[in-house]
Ligand binder design. Structure first.
Ligand code: AMP
Ligand code: MG
Length: 461
């Protein structure tokens, strides 16, 4: 198998449309993910890379394509969606390369196929932040700016992110064919995904084994979101990766002051995708995927597969939370202890990330009266784990740095107002190693300043 041939293209034209990318005016490279660039063995000089990353030149003569999918958006089925502003431009070392913002496709539905600089900066930084946290995600290779004018509420500049993943296939790709009764295509797509991405399922029950593994990976992704305080914001089934990767960064947010009802997407008036809804929504989305696979898997097997979700989720989540709290042996009261701590955070509007990072240093915690009673139980509990190097182990899973909304906003404003892109690099370096001390960078752990209390983000831009 040629690891640089775009495998997805072998599916045939029921699955995508060939497109021409539309380049940007005076495109320039703002940032490149050097580690990823090396991992993918791209081997282009920056000048050629810019041409590829801005949609000016093809990657290794590969034909760009836009894939077609459907999806449940906010609970309602939309029979046809697709890559309206993204496209696959090739494959490198087993990873698809996708440009986001390179112009219209047959699936743009009248929209311009562009991305503005601010949303591209957010996606670029979110991708490295999630990767740094060890959360399964698509990764961004390049961020390109330009002088192309893009019309939103104001005139803004267009930008392109090149994102990469072993596959960008979504639950919605299956839903499209299933909803049209095209079971041959459903099977072809499932066979493709299993062959390339779930080869361990190639056996007697391959389709149900595949569904079980998608459920398992999705549960793991959601568990890490919940433990590290990430809210996606638009968990439509067209934004759910078949590989269990976090995909399509839009109005996402990290929890700052702890609030399980946090809603980062300003357009989500009902709170359908609020922070504490994510585990349930993922199961609902997996059920829609299972419906789309019902020509391949018996109802009984589907039921049994979906029934495993909760167990996986709870196991992954509680293991991670126990490590975050430095609980290395098991005690039946641990959930209660963790829950009590979160209640204190909620009641006193405390920062989720900083408070949990602070657990490795009990002296600091003792200085805050709100923790007084809780700290007594905690101290006696961790006596049990005495000989363990708590602080180091906890600091490996409790980040010091997250992509706070205001930090992204500072980088965005400098870029938009002063053509100064340096802050993007600063945040990139910090967020790629969020567990390390970076002692000269303490100010990046600060909570949102007053001017940033009401920052709002909403759907696609
Ligand atoms: P998203 O919320 O970014 O996942 O987008 C939902 C759908 O709308 C996807 O099918 C996108 O391709 C499409 N879309 C969003 N913004 C644009 C745009 N500016 N131009 C064309 N299509 C878009
Ligand atoms: Mg999407």
């Amino acid at each position: 198998m040629d690891k640089n041939a775009l495998n997805f293209a072998s599916l045939g034209d029921d699955f995508f449309s060939p497109i021409e990318t539309q380049t940007l005016k005076n495109a320039f490279l703002i940032h490149k993910n050097q580690a990823l660039y090396q991992k993918l063995e791209i081997g282009l000089d920056d000048k050629t890379l810019l041409k590829v990353a801005s949609g000016t030149a093809k990657f290794q003569n590969s034909q760009p394509i836009a894939s077609i999918y459907a999806g449940h958006q906010f609970g309602y089925f939309v029979p046809q969606l697709g890559d309206g502003r993204s496209c696959l431009i090739g494959q490198a070392n087993g990873h698809e390369l996708s440009l986001k913002g390179a112009g219209q496709t047959p699936f743009s539905r009248g929209a311009d196929g562009r991305c503005v600089l601010r949303s591209s900066i957010r996606e670029y930084l979110a991708s490295i932040a999630m990767h740094g946290l060890g959360i399964p995600t698509t990764e961004a290779l390049t961020l390109v700016g330009s002088q192309s004018e893009v019309y939103r509420e104001n005139i803004e500049f267009g930008a392109i992110v090149m994102r990469t993943a072993p596959s960008h296939i979504r639950f919605g790709n299956f839903e499209l064919f299933a909803s049209r009764g095209q079971i041959v295509q459903v099977k072809k797509l499932a066979d493709f995904v299993i062959r390339h991405h779930y080869p361990q399922c190639l056996g007697k029950n391959k389709y149900s084994d595949f569904l079980v593994l998608v459920i398992k990976r999705t549960a793991k992704m959601i568990a890490t979101w919940q433990a590290q305080g990430f809210e996606h914001g638009v968990m439509n089934t067209d934004n759910m990766s078949i590989l269990g990767l976090t995909i399509d960064y839009g109005p996402f947010g990290f929890l700052e002051k702890y609030d399980p009802k946090f809603i980062c997407n300003h357009s989500d008036h009902e709170g359908r995708y609020a922070f504490d809804q994510q585990p349930g929504v993922a199961l609902w989305n997996l059920s829609r995927l299972a419906d789309a696979l019902n020509s391949l898997i018996s109802d009984q097997q589907i039921k049994a597969a979906l029934a495993q979700y909760q167990g996986y989720l709870v196991r992954y989540y509680s293991n991670l939370m126990r490590t975050k709290f430095g609980l290395f042996t098991k005690d039946e009261n641990d959930n209660q202890l963790i829950g009590d701590f979160l209640n204190i955070l909620y009641k006193h509007k405390k920062d989720y990330t900083n408070s949990i990072r602070g657990l490795s240093n009990l002296q600091n915690l003792a200085a805050d009266g709100h923790y007084k009673t809780w700290l007594k139980s905690y101290q006696s509990r961790i006596e049990q784990d005495k000989n363990i190097n708590r602080e180091a182990l906890m600091n490996q899973v409790n980040p010091k740095f997250i992509l706070r909304n205001y930090l992204a906003e500072v980088a965005i404003r400098k870029a938009q107002n002063d053509n100064d892109y340096r802050e993007i690099g600063v945040l990139f370096d910090l967020l790629s190693k969020p567990f390390e001390q970076h002692l000269s960078m303490e100010k990046y752990t600060s909570e949102a300043p007053d001017w940033a209390q009401d920052l709002q983000v909403s759907c696609s831009s």
